[in-house]
Design a protein around this ligand. Structure first.
Ligand code: FAD
Ligand code: SF4
Length: 491
């Protein structure tokens, strides 16, 4: 939003609770990132039973994308329509894919995505090639792609946003997915969006400043300011137009905390009572497919994806999900979670494994929600759904891996602490009774408040969300510049 609004001549103030993530050796240290959790937010939230947990979430300029796997994938035409799943229907979006597609073009350009047009067997229509050609597979992954093709599957290059073109800074290392890039070569939101926005001179950024609540005028129709906390002091910053981009959990926390006489259930809750509800985060499983005697020497493993099970077809009468390479696992990453197995044993597995991220859609449900306990602690009440489809996908993939020579399979299902694909807590739509935001992400009954982050997603789809969040930012910024701020002439 800041990047695109700045380009149209608007003056923007960004308020960020974190600071810049330092570029340092620890960015690539398994011990620092996974054991010491050096960069993870020092927060405690509660689950639906009140059990405390430490979420894997990151507060820095660039947000969670500092640690993202850089998979920048478009949702499918079918994802924008009612899509029938084994466990229910993923609802249609207020826009069709074809209305959204030009913004995907721009989002890929902004993020610097590498890919091969036409390689994904269920690719939605696109206007042209990716901004950069595919980063390609290393020989180990190429060999696996050949074996998968021999089984009738259609692996393709996963669209990836890293600076790996000619003259780019990326050295193609093994510590990308789940780590920050100490070279600044990952195309995250700080590098690709915030820094260029600051360079325009149109954007100011205040750091280490947490937004506590939004303040409205007496009518409740306009936000007049934000209360912020900085260095132990609180004060109010005023403005004309407000955009919450704090992430799906923290945006709803902010709007819930801002309740007042005109908005007793929190700002955004008057029309639908859906603020904080419909929390989604995907059904996610990490899989290690192990060949006991052959080492896997790959460095950048997140180069491949498989969509043969994404839509209903001859494999299954309902969607199962997407499979993609996982950043190469190392023994120490595994012992961070399973402490009773020695690191040498985990290393033995990790050096011989091919690792996958298996992701299936979870469906919106009003009881899956973000709330605030009386003591102010964030509570995530979440019961997974559509699990049958996910479990089938895990089984299908384990069987496939065995059939191509990996007899030993280890899987780990991700739990509530893994909120990386959080979305859906302030869904957008055309009916104020069933959505928190209008189709331009404006809170229905407030004239100058927008929520533009993963919150607006009415369905989680089976894909990584970041490219869609960027595309939506481009769309909403264009709308604001043209129709609200009237600054677009300068674009
Ligand atoms: C390990 C990991 C791997 C991932 N891999 C991928 C991937 O390969 N592909 C993909 O598409 N997605 C991936 N994701 C998910 C992706 O990073 C997120 O979907 C995306 O960053 C969400 O963007 P957002 O704008 O909604 O929120 P965020 O990125 O969470 O940004 C929110 C920002 O708001 C700030 N903030 C929060 N509360 C406040 C407050 N009260 N006051 C001031 N500032 C506040 C935060 O510090 C942060 O900077 C991954 C995430 C993780 C953690
Ligand atoms: S693979 Fe490239 S972008 Fe990713 S962390 Fe390594 S050098 Fe950085």
């Amino acid at each position: 939003m800041a990047n695109r609004l700045a380009a149209t001549g608007a003056k923007v103030l960004m308020i960020e609770r974190g600071n810049y993530l330092p570029r340092e050796a620890d960015n690539w240290s398994v011990k620092a990132v996974f054991h010491d959790r050096k960069y993870t937010a020092k927060e405690t939230w509660r689950d639906k039973d009140g059990k405390p947990f430490h979420p894997s979430t990151f507060y820095y300029v660039g947000g969670n994308s500092k640690f993202f796997g850089a998979a920048t994938v478009r949702f499918r035409t079918e994802d924008f329509e009612d899509l029938e799943h084994e466990d229910g229907v993923a609802p249609a979006w207020p826009w069709t894919y074809s209305e959204f597609a030009p913004y995907y073009d721009e989002a890929e350009r902004l993020m610097g995505t590498h890919g091969t047009a036409g390689a994904d067997p269920i690719e939605p229509p696109r206007s042209g090639p990716f901004p950069y050609p595919t980063i390609g597979h290393e020989p180990e992954m190429e060999a696996i792609a050949d074996k998968l093709r021999s089984k009738g599957l259609r692996p393709f290059p996963l669209p990836i946003a890293i600076d790996r073109h000619k003259g780019g800074a990326c050295v193609r290392c093994a510590t990308c997915d789940g780590f920050a890039c100490k070279l600044g070569a990952k195309n995250d939101a700080e590098v690709r969006l915030v820094r260029p926005a600051l360079a325009t001179g149109q954007v100011d950024l205040v750091l280490d400043t947490k937004v506590l609540r939004l303040i409205t005028d007496a009518t409740g129709k306009r936000v007049t300011g934000v209360e912020i906390e900085r260095g132990g002091e609180t004060k109010v910053i005023e403005g004309d137009l407000f955009i919450s981009s704090a992430g799906a959990i923290n945006s709803s926390v902010l709007l819930l905390r801002s309740k007042n006489e005109k908005h007793p259930g929190g700002i955004g809750n008057n029309t639908s009572d859906l603020l904080g509800r419909n929390y989604m985060a995907h059904n996610n499983t990490a899989m290690m497919a192990i060949h006991p005697f052959r080492k896997n020497k790959v460095t950048f493993q997140k180069s491949m994806a498989i969509n043969d099970f994404y839509l209903a077809n001859h494999h299954r009468p309902y969607p199962l999900g997407n499979i993609q390479g996982l950043g190469k696992l190392q023994g120490g990453m595994l012992t961070a979670n399973v402490k009773f197995i020695p690191e040498w044993a985990m290393d033995l597995f990790a050096t011989r494994s091919v690792d996958w991220w298996i992701m299936s859609e979870d469906l919106p449900h009003r009881d899956n929600r973000v709330t605030l306990d009386n003591d102010g602690t964030v509570r995530i009440s979440y019961t997974p759904n559509n699990e049958k489809a996910h479990n089938e996908l895990v089984k299908v993939w384990a069987k496939t891996m065995r059939s191509i020579g990996y007899p030993l399979i280890i899987t780990q299902r991700m739990d509530i602490t893994v909120s990386m694909h959080q979305c859906g807590t302030a869904v957008f739509g055309r009916d104020p009774a069933t959505s928190v935001l209008d189709p331009w992400c404006k809170v229905w009954d407030v004239d100058n408040l927008y929520v533009v982050d993963a919150s607006f997603l009415p369905s989680s789809t089976g894909f990584n969300p970041s490219l869609t969040i960027v595309a939506q930012g481009v769309r909403v910024a264009e709308h604001l510049a043209r129709d609200v701020l009237k600054t677009s002439a300068a674009a």
